[in-house]
Ligand binder design. Structure first.
Ligand SMILES: *Cc1c(COP(=O)(O)O)cnc(C)c1O
Ligand SMILES: [Zn+2]
Length: 401
């Protein structure tokens, strides 16, 4: 049993209404369950495979879901990096291990399933890349046509390749992500297409399972939960999910929700650090971490609540710090991620340097997307392969043997 409710004025709406914000006040909607009608036990969950659908009692889908077996991603103990940073309990949840290589799959398995459940005939999104890759794949699996709007020239190669190959109609607009989102919202509302950006409250339902899995894998609530923040949907979703676990009595405290942004695109950080009542949009966001190159985060209101209500914090990291951590994760831990994903761990490094973190904390950093998403940024940072004549002598010579 659930309904849609407005996070601002509290107005309630039937779950079948095709709305993305509150028709009365324009603020964000959330999916609210009657937790006392949910009778599942933790043991029951534990008996199912680790995946988004392990937690189906806390998801809105009642039909057979459109699934590519998303979730169940590894939680790695970062032993080497943790030792360097003086953090013995530092973990990374590798969301790049999802079917299309990012956590967006958790949202899309639920979002595309809801599109079918609600009888919608087509789906659309604006995207910095991963949302489009994921929507294209799930729309293919669900048999619905998909339209995706991208900021022209600002999407990593692997992501465009995925959206095209999975058969979405891919449109590049000559402006940034924020404008693409405005356009697609209008399009969807006027033409009855189902909008699957993170303003869609059902999509976030899938994404909250990152936090559920992390708690199950760690066997406890982490002290701190760290995410890179773009549109701020993921950090909001994780917080919402954890509140539900608390409401069910499955956990008894919440982690400090910690959001990391790029220095060139940090409206949430500025609001948190400046104790502003709300996020002030930034007009020309810029960063190598294209997945979080967003100046007007749609879920800002939810994210500020998540961070403030848990005593969390936010920090900004430079592109240099992001790329340096991308290399460290790859070379010291064997974990290959795209730049935005490295931001969470780079942010922890920064907070340690600021003295803002207790070294005994159990910290889960979400690393959000796979290395192969953005091969161009990788190639730019690494030396070229050493090309030689095909002789033993040439081989020994380059190896200095
Ligand atoms: C979408 C995305 C983010 C940002 O998530 P939000 O929910 O928009 O804050 C971060 N990293 C990657 C790789 C992403 O694809
Ligand atoms: Zn309202």
């Amino acid at each position: 049993m659930y309904r849609l409710s407005c996070i601002h004025c509290g107005a309630e709406y039937a779950p079948g209404e095709i709305i993305y914000t509150c028709p009365k006040c324009g603020h964000l909607l959330t999916v609210e369950y009657d937790l006392n009608t949910i009778s599942v036990t933790r043991d029951e969950w534990d008996r199912r495979p680790l995946s988004v659908w392990r937690y189906r009692e806390l998801l809105p889908v009642t039909i057979k879901p459109v699934s590519l077996q998303e979730g169940g991603t590894p939680l790695y103990h970062l032993e080497r990096l943790g030792e360097e940073l003086g953090l013995p309990h530092l973990y990374a949840k590798h969301e790049g291990m999802n079917p299309t290589g990012s956590f967006k799959d958790r949202g899309m398995t639920v979002g595309v399933s809801m599109a079918l459940q609600l009888g919608m005939k087509s789906v659309a999104c604006a995207s910095t890349g991963n949302t489009s890759a994921s929507l294209a794949a799930y729309a293919a699996k669900g048999g619905v046509p998909a339209v995706v709007l991208l900021p022209a020239g600002k999407v990593a190669l692997g992501k465009v390749a995925q959206a095209l190959m999975h058969g979405a109609k891919v449109i590049a607009i000559r402006d940034n992500f924020d404008r693409a989102l405005e356009l697609v919202r209008e399009l969807c509302i006027k033409h009855g297409i189902y909008l699957l950006n993170s303003v869609n409250p059902y999509r976030l339902e899938g994404q909250k399972t990152i936090a559920f899995e992390a708690v199950d894998q760690l066997g406890d609530v982490p002290d701190r939960f760290v995410l890179p923040v773009g549109n701020a949907g993921n950090i909001s979703a994780a917080y919402k999910g954890l509140r539900e676990l608390e409401g069910l009595g499955f956990i008894d405290r919440l982690p400090m929700m910690t959001g990391i942004q790029a220095a060139g695109s940090q409206p949430v950080v500025q609001a948190v650090r400046g104790s502003l009542p709300e996020v002030v949009p930034q007009t020309n966001p810029e960063t190598v971490a294209t997945a979080i190159r967003i100046g007007a985060p749609v879920n800002a209101e939810k994210a500020l609540t998540a961070i403030r209500a848990t005593g969390g914090t936010a920090a900004a990291v430079t592109d240099e710090e992001i790329l340096s951590m991308q290399r460290d994760l790859a070379r010291k831990e064997g974990i290959g991620v795209e730049p935005a994903s490295a931001a969470s761990v780079a942010g922890i490094k920064k907070l340690v340097e600021e003295g803002a973190i207790d070294r005994d904390e159990r910290i889960v950093c979400v690393v959000t997307g796979h290395l192969l998403k953005d091969p161009e940024t990788v190639i730019k940072q690494c030396p070229s392969p050493i090309e030689i004549e095909a002789t033993e002598q040439a081989l020994l010579s380059v190896l200095h043997l």
